[in-house]
Design a protein around this ligand. Structure first.
Ligand code: ADE
Length: 368
């Protein structure tokens, strides 16, 4: 018995019978949403969709998925794409390391697997950006291999179905959930099982007191429904609160161009372009001094409305100034600075969504 099995009987003990799986499959085939990665299934499409869907809602992913597949229709084109174009295709989806890992993995696939995704869970898991969930999803959906694909939604379904009240943030709970999912996964239609669990978690067995138990195919077997625990499961230990960071953003305009700079190659939003910004809430005089330090002479300064952006671990509370003037110096300590036109800001440079309120302001400004 493997080590993870030791936890299995304790955590997910009330595994339902085969009929429950059949009920899920019938429900999925009758009621699932038609989604672009479901109507035409290829390993590449499943991979790209699963990576995009990791942190992003289905509706938000759809247009990105189409655009990405059109621009980069296969593994060779993804392996070859230049970084700026890749990040531009990803702009707005956030969590840019996902895009960088896609390209890295495509290069490994070109070098080691003849440009194809391997039909093997362990090999998939070794690729950059592919963890246990994604490997299981690709293996089961694209290759028909019985493999568990347990993300947060599926974990919620399993915790409720089996009445598991262990902390789902513990790795042992996740491992046990994978065992339970594998035990339930039918050998002949693993892909529909994976998609069915995902669909149920996304549309029926939902969080925040909104679960629709009356239409759930699992309800005859669901321990949480029977014992009135749906809204108490799954159990999750309290997360550390997000850090709040005040920032001041500068929109420095000379003629019809705006200054952007490249973020450092490591850390939050690495390598992307940004509007110059500084920690803290600067008043007008301090903001002007900061602009001058950056080689900019403002002639007119306007205070803009505040904006907020929420990352996983940090929250930016931003204030901003629009300054019109001219650059007295073009070089500042080797930093890559670019004067971008509005067209370039929307079509060429990948600027993270954190700045989107101010980018929008730029795009809406009148031409001088
Ligand atoms: N979320 C993660 N994977 C998904 C999928 N294949 N379909 C819909 N939502 C998902």
């Amino acid at each position: 018995m493997s080590e993870t099995n030791v936890f299995f009987p304790v955590l997910f003990r009330d595994i339902p019978p085969r009929e429950a799986v059949s009920a899920l499959l019938d429900w999925y085939r009758a009621s699932a949403r038609e989604l672009p990665w479901r109507t035409q299934i290829t390993p590449y499409r499943v991979w790209i969709s699963e990576i995009m869907l990791q942190q992003t809602r289905v509706e938000a992913v759809k247009p990105y998925f189409h655009r990405f597949l059109e621009a980069l229709p296969d593994i060779p084109s993804l392996a070859d794409v230049d970084d700026a174009r890749l990040l531009k295709l990803w702009e707005g989806l956030g969590y840019y390391s996902r895009a960088r890992n896609l390209k890295k993995a495509a290069n490994v696939l070109m070098e080691q697997y003849g440009g194809e995704l391997p039909a093997d869970v362990q090999k998939l898991k070794k690729l950059p950006g592919i963890g246990s969930y994604t490997a299981g999803a690709i293996a089961s959906i694209a290759f028909g291999i019985p493999a568990p694909a347990v993300d947060g939604n599926v974990l919620r379904v399993l915790a409720r179905l089996t009445g598991c009240d262990a902390d789902i943030l513990r790795p042992q709970t996740r491992a046990a959930a994978e065992q339970a999912a594998l035990q339930l996964c039918p050998a002949d239609t693993p892909g529909d099982f994976t998609q069915g669990m995902i669909e149920l978690g996304a549309t029926v067995c939902v969080p925040n007191g909104e679960a629709k138990c009356s239409v759930c195919p699992f309800s005859p077997w669901c321990v949480a429904a029977r014992e009135g625990m749906v809204d108490r499961l799954p159990v999750r230990s309290a997360k550390a609160p997000r850090r709040v960071e005040d920032r001041t953003v500068l929109l420095l305009r000379e003629g019809d161009r705006y200054l952007i700079r490249r973020r450092p190659p490591k850390g939050l939003l690495a390598g992307l372009y940004e509007l110059p910004n500084e920690l803290g809430t600067l008043n007008r005089e301090e903001a002007i001094a900061f602009a001058r330090k950056n080689g900019f002479q403002p002639l007119r300064t306007e205070h803009l409305s505040p904006a907020t952006h929420i990352f996983t671990h940090v929250e930016w509370h931003m204030t901003a100034y629009l300054m019109t003037g001219y650059f007295s110096e073009t070089e500042t300590e080797g930093e890559e600075r670019i004067m971008a036109s509005r067209e370039e800001l929307s079509a060429v440079y990948a600027v993270p969504s954190a700045f989107s309120a101010y980018l929008k302001a730029i795009l809406e400004l009148e031409t001088p």
